[in-house]
Design a binder for this molecule. Structure first.
Ligand code: ZN
Length: 65
């Protein structure tokens, strides 16, 4: 018998937990030691923007002063 995982599904939005594949998904990756690693997945840019806002991810980050 198939056992359901306790963790949220792999397709759950990092911000709201919805199934991103049901929307217009956006995926974020970061680079660590030269490797691209998943840093989040979102229903759309709206969830990504809200996540960035909530987590304050853009604070102190800019590629150009
Ligand atoms: Zn979402």
């Amino acid at each position: 018998m198939h056992v359901l995982p306790l963790d949220p599904p792999m397709t759950a939005c990092t911000y709201c937990g919805c199934d991103v594949t049901a929307h217009d998904p956006v995926y974020v990756e970061e680079v660590e030691d030269g490797d691209r690693i998943p840093a989040g997945q979102f229903c759309n840019y709206g969830c990504l923007a809200a996540h960035i806002e909530t987590e304050g991810l853009t604070e102190g980050t800019t590629c150009r002063i």
